[in-house]
Design a protein around this ligand. Structure first.
Ligand SMILES: [Mg+2]
Length: 267
């Protein structure tokens, strides 16, 4: 295993959170010192998450509770990426019908979009995970999509890990709306290239100069590869060493945890 990434050539870091920086409510080894090292060395980084239900400020607070201190601007959610994608295709003001939580709602409103609740008023449909969604809201979204509104979705995750087991995720709601509308959304979150392009734009670096650090092969690593980034797979999350090595093409580097990355590099 090559544990010596060419850090001098890496100008931008995209970093997954769950399974890389923390697991559940506990920080993972060296997460705090790794981020401090990036900050001290002035290496540009963004935390890249498919979680569209929380705002960057809410995520910041959660990280601060684990002694990881970053500004809200260091957190790039699929809600922000989806809003940025919408801005490029249809700048505000527009009327959008959403299925989603605080993270999506505030990203769209802060950018100047008007949230509407019935299909006839909607110009776009934007969907993400909404843990309080009703049949009525799903009906309005279905009617809007069937009526011809373009449809963006924040992320494709079919499930998310609840305390008692996996629960329906944004991808499960997409599947429901696809079944009802016979149409498919443009998905922005990992592993789709949209979120990577937006993040690289924000950092101001080219894909070839950036690295994606993540624990999930099907989203972080595949997405990073498709977007043209180099990839680092950490074994502190959902992937075993054997799975990472069997993946094709394999991640550029496979590391047991962030401590190994810190200790291996010529910073
Ligand atoms: Mg993860």
């Amino acid at each position: 295993m090559n544990l010596r990434p060419p850090f001098d050539a890496i100008r931008g870091w995209l970093i997954d959170m769950d399974g890389v920086l923390y697991r559940g409510h506990s920080p993972l080894p060296a997460a705090t010192s790794f981020i401090q090292t990036l900050q001290r060395r002035q290496r540009p980084f963004l935390f890249l998450t498919n979680n569209a239900t929380k705002t960057p400020q809410q995520i910041c607070q959660r990280l601060a509770d684990m002694d990881i201190h970053v500004p809200a601007s260091a957190i790039f959610t699929s809600a922000l990426a989806t809003t940025a994608a919408l801005q490029q295709q249809a700048p505000p003001p527009r009327r959008v019908l959403i299925i989603g939580g605080d993270g999506l709602r505030s990203a769209l409103q802060e950018t100047g979009y008007q949230i509407v609740h019935n299909a006839e008023q909607a110009q776009w449909v934007i969907t993400g995970l909404d843990q309080h969604v009703s049949y009525e809201q799903l009906g309005e979204a279905t009617l809007a999509i069937r009526g011809g509104c373009p449809w963006l979705a924040t992320n494709p995750d079919r499930t998310w890990p609840g305390e008692r087991g996996d629960l329906p995720g944004a991808g499960a709601l997409i599947a429901l709306l696809e079944a009802a509308s016979d149409r498919h959304p443009t998905i922005i979150g990992k592993p789709e290239p949209g979120i990577f392009r937006q993040a690289l734009d924000l950092l101001g670096v080219a894909a070839a100069e950036a690295v994606m650090v993540g624990d999930r092969l099907s989203t972080d690593i595949r997405g990073g590869q498709r977007a043209g980034l180099r990839t680092i797979c950490t074994l502190t999350g959902v992937t075993t060493s054997a799975q990472a090595q069997a993946f094709s093409p394999p991640p550029d580097w496979i590391i047991p945890d962030l401590r190994a990355l810190l200790e291996s590099a010529a910073w």
